[in-house]
Design a protein around this ligand. Sequence first.
Ligand SMILES: *Cc1c(COP(=O)(O)O)cnc(C)c1O
Length: 350
Amino acid sequence: MTSWEENVLKVVPYVPGEQPKEKDIIKLNTNENPYPPSPKVEKVIKDFDVEVLRKYPDPEALDLVRALAKAYQMPEDQIFVGVGSDDVLAMSFLTFFHGEKPILFPDITYSFYDVWANEFEIPFETKPLNENFEIVKEDYFGENGGIVIPNPNAPTGLACSVSQLEEIVKANPSSVVIIDEAYGDFNGESMLPLVEKYENLLVVMTFSKSRSLAGSRIGFAFGSKKLISYLKDVKYSFNSYTMDSLTIQIGKASLEDEEYFTNCVEKIVETREWTKEKLLELGFSFPASKTNFIFATHKSAKAEDIFEYLKSKKIFVRYFKKPRIDNYLRISIGTKEEMEALIKELKAYL
Ligand SMILES: *Cc1c(COP(=O)(O)O)cnc(C)c1O
């Protein structure tokens, strides 16, 4: 190793799902929304005045923050926005997980958590999900330097009840507890109402899944005034102008079309339930999904083989070669037509 390399921060990066370049792919591998963003978003883009780009964007993204305040009935000073919830989560790790004790998260979960912990040199400990892939709340009652749990969890799709998560928050007054609700809109239950009650609770959400805006990179969080203010201090000490002027307006427009949003979420949930029935008929089983994906395993066919076969048929799903889950496929819910094509290929293979 040359000498300068000794001074390099070396990390094992997060590996996102494939983004194939071909057009005729059925893409069920990164939990994107199969429907386009609201027509109001399209209008904002068409009418956007490029002159605006001459100037720096509003570092506070106030137009977006105000729209979030209105949509979620929360005060502006309890809202933080970032470039995707990955940005919000990374900033939160930097800000709140600065102690000596290990932070806790499940062994099977969003695979970015251990990447950030390693990158920021945060000690961590994973808590195994039980044999049904459920979170065991008592695992989070001991000493720790912070907690992060996605609800519903990914890639399992299982949700933990708000009352169980509240017990975890309550048991940890000396740590910040982050609940990552990337899939919360498909779940129908949120920790948001508890933000008023617990100063140490941060609830993180995203426009990437339920609002069809993965490409715009918009994430946000709700927390106590104190939490949000600490988070902003760190963010502004890192890069103040993260969200661009157009994206701020895109996010605002999306929030102003509640009907379109609710309708897309309903369609996805309906297609998810249809897909579950078909998968059961084909010999698959899966935890009860509360998200826009199904985490399925087959009684005899190997997940990795199914994954490769589907790929050869231009249907991309996600396969994780990791302990405990290496015989599962994570299948995002597409349109009804896409799911019909998937079922047809699965039938042919099996
Ligand atoms: C998709 C996802 C995110 C990140 O989404 P962004 O596109 O960065 O907003 C965060 N957490 C979980 C659990 C996810 O699945």
